[in-house]
Design a protein around this ligand. Structure first.
Ligand SMILES: NC(=O)c1ccc[n+]([C@@H]2O[C@H](COP(=O)([O-])OP(=O)(O)OC[C@H]3O[C@@H](n4cnc5c(N)ncnc54)[C@H](O)[C@@H]3O)[C@@H](O)[C@H]2O)c1
Length: 386
C-alpha cells in the first residue's frame, strides 16, 4: 500500500498538498482505551490547527480479545499495522488473562508486533518537564536523556525459546549480533545529532551501557559500539557498566544525552528513568524500524485504575507527539513535525502551570480534563478560536 494518500488532489491548481497518514490505533486493555480516548481530541486539534491529515483505524486487540476469541491480535489487525504509516498503541495485557502455560498474552503480542514490524530501536525519552516534581535533588541542570533499547535481540531473542530441564534447570540465552548492534548504535548517534546535548553543558554524548567486564556478549556489544562511534567524531562516545549507570542516573542525571543498551537492560533502566521524571504516566516511547514504527506509553494497563477516569494520559499524548515528529522526519513534512511540537509544547505549558495534575502527580484532575486542557492549549497557541 502507498505510504500516504492525498486528500487534496488540486496540487496543480496551487492548493497546498496535504498527506493523509494512515494510523493503526490499538486501545488495548485496562486504562489503554481511556488513554487513547484522551489522545484522540488532541490529534483532532493538530489536524485542524497544523494542516495535517490522519486516517485512524481503531482495532480491538489484546488480553480482552484473547479472553473472548482465543487470539490476542487477529490477522487482519496485524495486516493493518503492517500497512499503516505508524501504529499508536495504548497498553495491553491483564494479569488475570493467561495462556495455558501460565504466562500473560502481553509479551506474545508485543514481541509479535516488534518482530513482524522489525522495530529494532526502542526510544525512551527521560525528560523532566518544568513544574513536574522529581524525587531527586540532584537534577539542578535538568534531566533530558534518551534510553535507546535494542528491541529485538539480547535476552528477548530467547522469547518463545528457552529451555527447562527436568524441572531443575532453566535457561534463556542472550543473543548479540553485529548487524543488530550496528543498526541500533548508529541510530543512537543519529539521535544525538538531532538533540541539544546533555543538560549540564550541552555536550553531545552517546554512552554504551553494558556488562562488558563479565560477559563476552557484552564485550562484543561494546566493541561494535566503538566501531560505529568512529564515524561520529563530533559526538563524545563512552561506555559504562549497567550497575554503575543505575547509580549515575540517580546521582548525576543531568550528565547524560543518549544511552544505548541491550534489550533487557533497557527494559529495566527505562522504568528507573520514568521514576526520576514523574512516573510511568509521564513516559512516552517510540519503537522504530527501517520500514515501520510503533508508539506507545511505557506504562502497562494499570488494572486497578481502569474505568475511573483517573489515569494519567500524558505518556500516550506525548507518544502521539513522537509519532508525528517521526512521520514528519520520514516524509520530510514540516507540518507533521510542527504538529508533534505543538502537542509537546501544549503539554509542557500545562505542566509548567502546575494547576492540573492527575492523581499519580499528587493532584485530582481527571484523564478527560487533562485531554481537554491539552486540546484547548493547542487551539490557543495556534490562535484558533473554538
Ligand atoms: N506495553 C504494554 O502494553 C505493557 C507494559 C507493561 C505492562 N503491561 C501489562 O500491564 C498489566 C499491569 O502491569 P504492571 O502493574 O506491572 O504495570 P503498570 O505500568 O500497569 O503499573 C505500574 C504502576 O504504575 C501506575 N501507572 C501506570 N500507568 C499509569 C498512568 N497512565 N497513570 C497513573 N498511574 C499509572 C500503576 O497504577 C501502577 O502503580 C500487566 O498485565 C502487564 O503485562 C503492558
Amino acid at each position: 500500500m502507498d505510504c500516504c494518500e492525498t486528500n487534496q488532489p488540486f496540487e496543480s491548481l496551487g492548493e497546498p498538498f496535504v498527506k493523509t497518514y494512515h494510523i493503526a490505533a490499538l486501545p488495548g486493555d485496562g486504562i489503554g482505551p481511556e488513554c487513547l480516548d484522551a489522545t484522540m481530541p488532541v490529534l483532532d486539534a493538530v489536524q485542524s490547527c497544523c494542516g495535517i491529515s490522519l486516517k485512524i483505524n481503531r482495532h480491538e486487540a489484546g488480553a480482552e480479545h484473547y479472553r473472548k476469541h482465543g487470539v490476542a491480535i487477529p490477522d487482519e489487525v496485524l495486516k493493518d499495522c503492517l500497512d499503516a504509516d505508524a501504529v499508536l498503541l495504548a497498553a495491553i495485557g491483564l494479569p488475570d488473562v493467561r495462556k495455558p502455560d501460565g504466562t500473560e498474552v502481553q509479551p506474545d503480542m508485543m514481541m509479535g508486533l516488534r518482530r513482524a514490524l522489525g522495530l529494532y530501536a526502542a526510544v525512551r525519552p527521560v525528560k523532566l518537564y518544568p513544574g513536574v516534581p522529581s524525587p531527586l535533588n540532584t537534577a539542578g541542570a535538568g534531566i533530558d536523556m534518551v534510553i535507546l533499547r535494542e528491541n529485538l535481540e539480547g535476552l528477548f531473542a530467547s522469547f518463545g525459546g528457552g529451555c527447562i530441564l527436568n524441572d531443575h534447570v532453566a535457561t534463556d540465552t542472550i543473543v548479540i549480533t553485529r548487524e543488530g548492534t550496528e543498526r541500533v548504535v548508529d541510530y543512537a548517534f543519529q539521535l544525538s545529532q538531532r538533540r541539544k546535548g546533555r543538560p549540564i553543558d550541552g555536550k553531545r554524548r552517546v554512552t554504551c551501557v553494558d556488562k562488558a567486564n563479565v560477559f563476552r556478549s557484552f564485550a562484543f556489544f561494546r566493541k561494535v559500539f566503538f566501531d560505529i562511534a568512529h564515524r561520529y567524531p563530533d559526538i563524545e562516545a563512552d561506555a559504562t557498566y549497567v550497575d554503575a549507570m543505575s547509580l549515575y542516573m540517580v546521582t548525576s542525571p543531568s550528565d547524560w544525552d543518549v544511552l544505548v543498551m541491550e534489550n533487557q537492560f533497557g527494559d529495566i533502566l527505562s522504568d528507573l528513568g520514568a521514576a526520576i521524571v514523574g512516573g510511568l504516566g509521564m513516559a512516552p516511547s517510540a519503537e522504530i524500524g527501517d520500514n515501520h514504527a510503533l508508539f506507545q506509553p511505557s506504562h502497562g494497563t494499570a488494572p486497578q485504575l481502569t474505568g475511573k477516569n483517573v489515569a494519567n494520559p500524558i505518556a500516550t499524548i506525548l507518544s502521539a507527539s513522537m509519532m508525528l515528529d517521526w512521520l514528519g522526519t520520514r516524509y520530510d513534512d514540516a507540518d507533521a513535525i510542527s504538529a508533534g511540537a505543538a502537542i509537546e509544547s501544549a503539554v509542557a505549558g500545562l505542566l509548567k502551570d502546575g494547576h492540573l495534575r492527575t492523581a499519580d502527580q499528587g493532584g485530582n484532575t481527571s484523564t478527560s480534563a487533562i485531554s481537554d486542557a491539552v486540546t484547548d492549549a493547542i487551539h490557543r497557541n495556534a490562535g484558533v478560536a473554538r
